[in-house]
Design a protein. Structure first.
Length: 444
């Protein structure tokens, strides 16, 4: 029996590592890896139930009866009850099982399986290795015009890497960048010999630099704004004022270099045509080199068609104010209403409200509030564990960055980006388990 538990446990960890490795590259392999995680967990729980049914029951009830568990169950109940009234009930039911239930379950499994520093660092190592391959794909795409993985052609000099759109790449990078920064800095700590080697610090620094450059070349202005807010928040929360000064300096250079790059290449942000290249003449008083009549802040914050998507979402909300048009049925609703386009709202709150109504929005706000309080609680509980606290703070900054960019783009509708978000939440929740030394799972 113990051997069976160990095998299942290792398969769960292997499936989790598979999800992380394939996250930027393949939807099919993400789903296969998720399937391995879920099936292995169910089999393992079956064996554990044979040994001690009361312990298994109490362990699962502990999460379900928590504030976070209750909020997630309330959302699940609302989705389930509104399926018959959806514009596409079959799709809503399928997405409810294959998306909502699966991803919440995945988050919970992650919070349990990452129960030691060794596993935490293995998972982070796999995440960073996967992103190293993403950087290679971005470099090839920028130099040749076409990515390696999906042969995506670059437009307006905006890189996508293995993702479908530059903004998806932006969300992917901005979520992981705080973790990369902290792992770069933690290498200077005398407390962790394995992270002090010059090779480790050099690799981390190069990866961080590559991710920053890739984010800039994505031209994803929403992701840039999310980067600024999350990184500054991280520096303030850690009360590392030298780090905060470094972050602000880094952001100033970043925005100057890549905003200029976007002003040259992204003609879609201008309301009227502008001659490219020759009109940009940077100087000390005009660092972006824009001709008179143009304001860099207005261009930077120009929503570029998002107002149209937001207004469409508002129309859907007015039609279905209380319970929405149906979970994951937004695009089908636009098709039935014949509004002229089939595009997501580019705003997570509008997306939630359009599909689940104001009742759904209230329940999700409840969940977001509980999540913030839980993250704060976990970070307080590991404040004396320096490496866990720093990594937890970086993960929290990544979760914040993801949420900020989701207010300006379609991260809420992306399987890859949603899995990444729930993965980070699960890892943050697991840090308290590591600190307490609870061995709910064998760590062989």
């Amino acid at each position: 029996m113990n051997r069976s538990l160990i095998i299942c446990d290792r398969m769960i960890l292997g499936g989790l590592l598979g999800v992380i490795f394939f996250l930027p590259f393949s939807l099919a392999f993400i789903n296969i890896s998720l399937g391995i995680v879920i099936i292995s967990w169910v089999v393992k729980k079956f064996f554990e139930y044979q040994i001690n049914p009361r312990h298994v029951f109490l362990q699962e009830m502990k999460f379900l009866s928590s504030k976070m568990g209750l909020a997630l169950m309330a959302i699940a109940l609302l989705i389930f009850l509104t399926i018959p009234f959806s514009h596409f009930p079959a799709l809503s039911l399928r997405k409810f099982i294959s998306r909502y239930i699966q991803q919440i379950f995945f988050m919970y499994v992650v919070s349990q399986v990452v129960n030691s520093r060794r596993r935490l660092y293995i998972i982070l190592a796999m995440l960073l290795f996967s992103f190293l391959l993403v950087m290679v794909d971005v470099a090839v795409q920028y130099s040749t015009g076409k990515s390696i993985v999906h042969h995506t052609v670059m437009t307006l000099r905006r890189v996508t890497g293995p993702m479908n759109h530059p903004n998806d790449l932006g969300t992917l990078l901005v979520t992981v960048l705080p973790v990369t920064l902290i792992l770069t800095l933690i290498g200077f700590s005398k407390e962790f010999a394995c992270l002090r080697s010059a090779a480790f610090k050099s690799i981390m620094a190069c990866l961080f630099l590559g991710m920053i450059i890739s984010l800039g070349l994505s031209g994803s202005r929403g992701a840039w704004l999310a980067l600024a807010i999350s990184m500054i928040s991280l520096g303030i929360y850690l009360k590392k004022y030298k780090l905060l000064i470094l972050i602000i300096f880094m952001l100033a250079v970043f925005f100057w270099v890549f905003d200029t790059h976007s002003l040259v290449n992204r003609v879609d942000i201008y309301n009227i045509p502008i001659t490219q290249g020759s009109v940009l003449n940077p100087s000390f008083t005009n660092p972006f080199g824009l001709p008179s009549g143009y304001n860099v802040f207005k261009l930077f914050f120009n929503p570029t068609s998002r107002e149209f998507y937001w207004n469409t979402a508002a129309d859907v909300i007015r039609r279905y104010p209380w319970f929405g048009c149906g979970y994951s049925a937004y695009v089908q609703t636009l098709r039935d209403l014949q509004v002229g386009h089939e595009e997501y709202p580019h705003n997570s709150l509008l997306h939630i409200t359009a599909e689940l109504g104001f009742i759904g929005l209230i329940l999700y706000v409840w969940f977001f509030t509980v999540l913030i309080l839980k993250v704060r609680e976990v970070l307080s509980s590991i404040a004396r564990e320096r490496d866990l606290f720093l990594i937890g703070s970086a993960l929290a900054a990544g979760i914040l960055a993801w949420a900020i960019h989701s207010l300006m783009d379609t991260a809420w509708a992306s399987l890859q980006l949603s899995v990444l978000w729930w993965l980070f939440i699960g890892i943050v929740l697991s840090l308290g388990l590591i600190k307490q030394g609870e061995k709910s799972w064998p760590s062989h």
